[in-house]
Design a protein around this ligand. Structure first.
Ligand code: NAP
Ligand code: GLV
Length: 334
């Protein structure tokens, strides 16, 4: 009997056949914190016409597929038959903290429109700093017509930590603006125009060759607090930090101390240890720090629904999990 068949209507549906069909219905459970469920449910139902797609509530029937963002532990504790877990974001750090059902693959969003947003955000932050647009804006606000000495790209090498889906796109975009671009990842990479470094053995060379530092690493035990005093001190004098990955990559006090001492010129931060950023946090009012509300690369609903539905359909048709893009390696944690 085909999976995910619709509940039959009409006089030929005996109680017995309806029960068999109900058992066979593919169930998708949606459990996403901080997300309006209704438009997702409507989009998923349209994309998976044979499936029962429901928002999770405690005690609901066990599902075949879970679509999640920072779900509670109770959600997984109640699931006995999951075939795959789909995360509606790129970062899976919140999921990795939970007890997940053993052997069930976790699939993150694979770009789904995020990398172009991230490239826009990072290029904007780099160029705003490099071209001193804040300074011009302040001058203009005072009615001042003044020029600053043009800066040279060669003096502003940009180091990108993390050369995955987002870091690769960001690096390529920066190359187009003639910045010297360096990249650092766990495994060795080759990206045209990017000087690539890899592994713990090469991180210091990478940092010392960078002036602007962009963090696009996943948050794992290896990368937590990676932006701290000793690593940020290695950046070239007048360094600038752009953190668009996770707040826990950065030691907040170390960044402020290095900016206030003059070693760093400033920072653009999109992610924080506590979100929303608490009103009393010094980042809000620091004159050399720009804050944005975790918005550098948003989940785009239509793209994401299309991507997740296509992967569910592929699995239903027998595709091996390994053929899907974005399957998380539980050992690496990303
Ligand atoms: P990804 O494709 O998994 O890429 C991760 C990169 O980091 C890979 O190049 C990986 O190296 C490298 N890496 C991981 N651990 C490392 C380590 N210990 N040392 C050196 N390199 C390491 O991830 P992505 O899609 O680019 O996303 C990156 C992160 O951005 C997400 O995890 C999320 O936290 C964040 N994010 C933020 C926003 C936002 O709006 N602010 C939006 C989306 C995502 P290998 O290639 O060798 O494995
Ligand atoms: C957003 O931060 C994401 O991980 O997708």
């Amino acid at each position: 009997m085909p999976r995910g068949i619709r509940w039959p209507k009409g006089p030929n549906c005996s109680r017995w056949s309806c029960e068999i069909l109900q058992t066979d219905l593919m169930r998708v459970s949606f459990c996403c914190t901080d997300t309006k469920a209704q438009p997702w449910l409507e989009g998923l139902r349209a994309a998976l016409p044979g499936a029962a797609v429901e928002a999770w509530a405690a005690g609901a029937a066990a599902a075949d597929y879970a679509i999640v963002w920072a779900p509670p532990q109770q959600f997984f504790d109640e699931q006995s038959g999951l075939k795959a877990i789909f995360n509606i974001g790129a970062g899976v750090d919140a999921l990795m903290k939970l007890r997940l059902p053993r052997g069930v693959p976790v699939v993150r969003l694979d770009d789904a429109g995020m990398s172009v947003q991230m490239a826009e955000y990072v290029c904007h932050a780099v160029i705003r700093h490099f071209r001193e647009f804040d300074g011009y804006e302040a001058d203009v606000a005072q009615g001042k017509w003044s020029y600053r000495k043009p800066r040279l790209h060669a003096d502003y090498p940009v180091g990108v930590m993390g050369l995955g889906v987002l870091g690769t796109r960001v690096s390529r975009a920066l190359v187009q603006f003639d910045f010297p671009v360096l990249g650092w990842s766990r495994s060795a990479k080759s990206i045209p125009g990017v000087q690539c470094f890899s592994g713990a053995a090469e991180v210091n060379d990478f940092l010392m060759a960078s002036r602007i530092l962009v963090c696009l690493l996943p948050l794992t035990p290896d990368t937590e607090n990676i932006l701290r005093h000793d690593t940020l001190s290695r950046l070239q004098p007048g360094g600038y930090v752009i953190n668009v990955a996770r707040g826990r990559h950065l030691v907040d006090e170390d960044l402020i101390a290095l900016i206030d001492s003059g070693h760093l010129a400033g920072a653009t931060l999109d992610v924080f240890r506590n979100e929303p950023l608490p009103a009393a946090h010094p980042f809000w009012k620091h004159p050399k720090i720009t804050v944005t509300p975790h918005t550098s690369a948003r989940t785009l609903r239509e793209e994401s629904i299309g991507q997740i539905a296509a992967k569910i359909q592929a699995l239903q048709n027998g595709a091996p999990v390994a053929t899907l893009a974005g399957v998380v390696d539980p050992k690496k944690g990303y």
